[in-house]
Design a protein around this ligand. Structure first.
Ligand SMILES: Nc1ncnc2c1ncn2[C@@H]1O[C@H](COP(=O)(O)OP(=O)(O)OP(=O)(O)O)[C@@H](O)[C@H]1O
Ligand SMILES: [Mg+2]
Length: 234
C-alpha cells in the first residue's frame, strides 16, 4: 500500500443471503482513497454504495477480498480491537441518521467522546460547540423526535465529527438539507478533510455538492465504473 493511501479495497465481494435469495451487492470492487481527499461515491439506488462504505468502516464484513484502512485490515482484528479502532478512527453518518431517541442532541453527539473515555461534562461541552457549528446551538437539549429531518441529519453529522476521526464516512449527508444548509455542512466537512491525515468518503445523489469532491467514483450494479476528477467527466 502506498504511504498516501488511506483506504484500499481489493477484489471486494459482498453477497447478501436472505431466505435463500442471494443478492450480489459488491462484485469485485477495487478502490483506492488517498489521505487528505474527499471522495464521493455516486450511482443508482441499490448499486451497493451503502454496502461498500459499511465494509470500509468495518460495520459489515465482506465475503471476499480485502479492505485496508490506514494500513489495517479490519477483518483480521479481534472484535474488541475492531471496536476500539473504529471508535478512535472512524466517524459514520448513517443514511437513516440512527440517533438514540431517548438522548438529547448534545448527548447523542457526545457518545463517541464518552466511548473514548472523556468525562461527560467535557464531552457535552464539545458536543455543544459542534452543534453550534452545524447551526443547532439553540437545540442542544432537544430530543431527536423534536427535531426536523434536516436537523436530525445535522446532529448525526456533528456526532460523526466530534471525536476528530481520521476517516469520515457519510451516507447522503445533505439529502434532507436545503441548499444553503447543505452548503454550510459541506464547508464544514471540507474543512475537516483539508487536514492531510484525514479522509472523507461521501455517498450522494446531490449534484449540488459534487463540486466539493476531489474525486468521484461512479458505481453501478456492484461495480466501480470509473473514478473521475470532476462531475463533468461522469
Ligand atoms: N441487509 C440486506 N439484506 C439483503 N439484501 C440487501 C441488504 N442490504 C442491501 N441489500 C441489497 O444489496 C444491494 C445494494 O444495496 P445498498 O444498500 O448497498 O445500495 P445503495 O447503493 O446504498 O442504494 P440507495 O441509493 O437506495 O441507498 C441492493 O440490491 C439491496 O437490495
Ligand atoms: Mg444506500
Amino acid at each position: 500500500m502506498e504511504s498516501n493511501t488511506a483506504v484500499s479495497c481489493r477484489n471486494v465481494v459482498k453477497v447478501y443471503d436472505t431466505g435463500g435469495q442471494k443478492v450480489t451487492a459488491l462484485n469485485d470492487i477495487d478502490l483506492e482513497i488517498r489521505m487528505g481527499e474527499l471522495m464521493m461515491l455516486v450511482g443508482p439506488s441499490g448499486c451497493g454504495k451503502t454496502t461498500l462504505i459499511s465494509v470500509i468502516a468495518g460495520i459489515l464484513d465482506q465475503d471476499e477480498g480485502s479492505c485496508e484502512v490506514f494500513g489495517k485490515n479490519l477483518l483480521t482484528l479481534r472484535n474488541h480491537e475492531k471496536l476500539d479502532f473504529r471508535a478512535k478512527n472512524i466517524g459514520f453518518v448513517f443514511q437513516a441518521y440512527n440517533l438514540l431517541p431517548s438522548l438529547t442532541a448534545a448527548e447523542n453527539v457526545s457518545v463517541p467522546l464518552i466511548i473514548n473515555g472523556m468525562k461527560r461534562v467535557e464531552a457535552e461541552r464539545k458536543a455543544s460547540q459542534l452543534l453550534e457549528q452545524v447551526g443547532l446551538g439553540e437545540r442542544t437539549a432537544s430530543l431527536p423526535s423534536q427535531l426536523s429531518g434536516g436537523q436530525q441529519q445535522r446532529v448525526a453529522i456533528a456526532r460523526a465529527l466530534v471525536h476528530d476521526p481520521r476517516l469520515i464516512v457519510c451516507d447522503e449527508p445533505t439529502s434532507a438539507l436545503d441548499h444553503e444548509t447543505g452548503h454550510t455542512v459541506m464547508e464544514l466537512l471540507k474543512d475537516v478533510a483539508l487536514h492531510k491525515d484525514r479522509v472523507l468518503v461521501i455517498v450522494t445523489h446531490d449534484a449540488r455538492i459534487f463540486n466539493f469532491a476531489d474525486r468521484i467514483a461512479a458505481m453501478d450494479d456492484g461495480h466501480i465504473l470509473k473514478v473521475v476528477n470532476s462531475a463533468a467527466q461522469l
